[in-house]
Write a protein that binds this ligand. Structure first.
Ligand SMILES: Cc1cc2nc3c(=O)[nH]c(=O)nc-3n(C[C@H](O)[C@H](O)[C@H](O)COP(=O)(O)OP(=O)(O)OC[C@H]3O[C@@H](n4cnc5c(N)ncnc54)[C@H](O)[C@@H]3O)c2cc1C
Length: 492
């Protein structure tokens, strides 16, 4: 952990000192920030530090937006689950910088992600086994070698492993593109890679977690959309992911500590009018405020629901049509951590499934007194995105819980024991009034946009948030987009 605690953050510090230099001799400005998610909070924190006057307008009764830690039991304790962001890749330097700045670095712990703990389970093609046994028990079920001759013995298990990875981690559109690629040329490409390039693998190198490092060798062989998505898969399943013990929401809360006066909660922006030299903002339908400069971090999926005046046709087109993908998470607060008992011996990591639950994550196992499997634990029973999430969101809450219990019960029958589940928390982000989606996506959907069009400012109004970044769907993207707009605003 030394490596993660003692980072010099050269790149971030140099980026910030450039911003501080731009601010020299500038008069304080009055800036209104819409949204108290991580993007709005980081912008407010930096602008305040540079002596500007900020106010943050937030619709909900909490800060943090898509960073949302849900606490069970005594509400302050260690029985929590993450309904939003849950892990930070090592190379997300700006996110780690703020974790350090907020004094949370010693709470960082490795996050064991999907496919990393080979003791976890896989439920695919009507067969349940440990991930470490997938090569023998699951891969042959794909029958990829039917009517085909491969020159390398690695081709079939590698392609089957890759299909498993894509199937459990991707939205439907991506799964379909991958299946089509596989049928067309991908199997031959993989065979050539192994045979002609003579890539040798140890037998157990074909376990699921070892499929991923091979992916970079295949870059350029997928359809475009898949090439983009593979980047997400590699990041999400990377070995260098971290979590903040005690809850990810400590990051926004610590940033907000010096913004108590500036943040206004329960203030929903319901209309925005761009006038000649100012912006008129309507709050809760009945109050008008004016601002010289506005930084809007509200997702476009929400922005398009409100009354917008004075915007260009081009900007309205992006706001109205940027595609948002859904995501649902279901937390089960279980009376004991049965997954750690002798039958399973699973500590952390995730099991995967081709049922509608897709990914089931086990919570962190802490040292000391709390390390007792008789104690309660919070299982992230299901994490799904895209159309799987739309399906989960379409069910009523009884149907949702029954479906998820049944699907988890295929590999953990204990979940159906009476009293095993003490409490439940469910979120479908596409149904959250102030998010309406998990993340903006530029590469799928009805209309595709350049990032430039998404970010482009309108008169005195600037845009930030995860949707305004190439690192969309990550905290990193939300932070870096905020900082780049701070740099623009201070130069006005
Ligand atoms: C299920 C899920 C899992 C994720 N996992 C990870 C992960 O593991 N690692 C990672 O780095 N990232 C992850 N992310 C992405 C990350 O959480 C987001 O990219 C980031 O938190 C977005 O921050 P933001 O400030 O751009 O937007 P938000 O957090 O959405 O903030 C926008 C704010 O605007 C407010 N708002 C909306 N409408 C109005 C209105 N009309 N008036 C006033 N205020 C309004 C909202 O209430 C919200 O507080 C995940 C996201 C989800 C949903």
């Amino acid at each position: 952990m030394e490596k993660i605690w003692n980072r010099d953050f050269k790149k971030v510090r140099s980026y910030l000192s450039d911003i501080y230099a731009l601010n020299q001799n500038k008069m304080p400005k009055n800036i209104t920030i819409l949204g108290a998610g991580i993007s709005g909070l980081v912008a407010a924190h930096e602008l305040k530090k540079l002596n500007h006057n900020v106010r943050v307008i937030e619709a909900s009764n909490r800060i943090g937006g898509r960073i949302w830690t849900y606490r069970f039991g005594d509400k302050n304790g260690m029985h929590y689950g993450e309904l939003g962001a849950m892990r930070i890749p090592f190379n997300h330097e700006f996110t780690h910088y703020y974790v350090h700045q907020m004094g949370l670095q010693h709470k960082l712990r490795k996050f064991i992600t999907v496919l990393q703990n080979s003791e976890c389970l896989i439920d695919v093609n009507n067969k349940v086994c440990r991930l470490k046994d997938a090569i023998d028990d699951i891969y042959p079920r794909y029958e990829l070698s039917k009517n085909r001759n491969f020159r390398s013995k690695y081709t079939e298990p590698f392609a089957a492993g890759l299909k498993t990875v894509v199937d459990v981690m991707s939205p439907r559109e991506i799964r379909e593109v991958f299946a089509a690629d596989l049928n067309n040329h991908l199997l031959d490409t993989i065979d050539t890679l192994f045979y002609e390039k003579n890539i040798q693998l140890k037998e157990d190198d074909l376990s699921l977690s070892n499929i991923l490092p091979m992916l970079s060798k295949l870059k350029g062989n997928f359809k475009n959309v898949l090439n983009t998505y593979i980047k997400h898969i590699i990041l999400e399943s990377g070995s260098e992911l971290y979590q903040i013990v005690g809850g990810m929401d400590q990051l926004p809360h610590n940033i907000a500590k010096d913004l108590q006066e500036e943040i206004r909660l329960n203030a929903e922006v319901t209309g925005i009018k761009l006038e000649d030299n100012r912006v008129k903002i309507t709050i809760n339908d009945n109050e008008q405020i004016y601002s010289d400069i506005v930084l809007c971090t509200i997702p476009f999926s929400v922005l398009r629901e409100m009354k917008l005046e004075g915007f260009s046709e081009e900007k309205l087109d992006v706001i109205n049509n940027l595609t948002y993908m859904g995501a649902s998470k279901v937390l089960f607060y279980c009376k004991d951590r049965f997954w750690e008992n002798d039958k399973y011996q699973i500590k952390e990591g995730a099991s995967v499934s081709d049922q509608f639950i897709r990914q089931t994550y086990y919570p962190i196992t802490l040292d000391g007194a709390s390390n007792n499997k008789e104690n309660p634990g919070v299982l992230l029973a299901s994490y799904v995105i895209g159309e799987d999430s739309d399906y989960v969101a379409s069910l009523n809450s009884n149907e949702q819980i029954n479906m998820i219990k049944k699907s988890v019960g295929r590999f953990h029958p204990e979940i159906e024991d009476k009293d095993m589940i003490q409490d439940i928390a469910v979120v479908s982000w596409e149904k959250q009034k102030w998010t309406r989606g998990c993340s903006g996506v530029m590469w799928i959907g009805r209309k595709k946009y350049n990032l430039e069009a998404v970010i482009k400012s309108e008169k005195q109004m600037f845009f930030a948030g995860e949707h305004c970044s190439p690192d969309n769907a990550w905290i990193e993207g939300a932070i870096t987009s905020a900082l780049s707009q701070v740099a623009k605003i201070i130069q006005l």
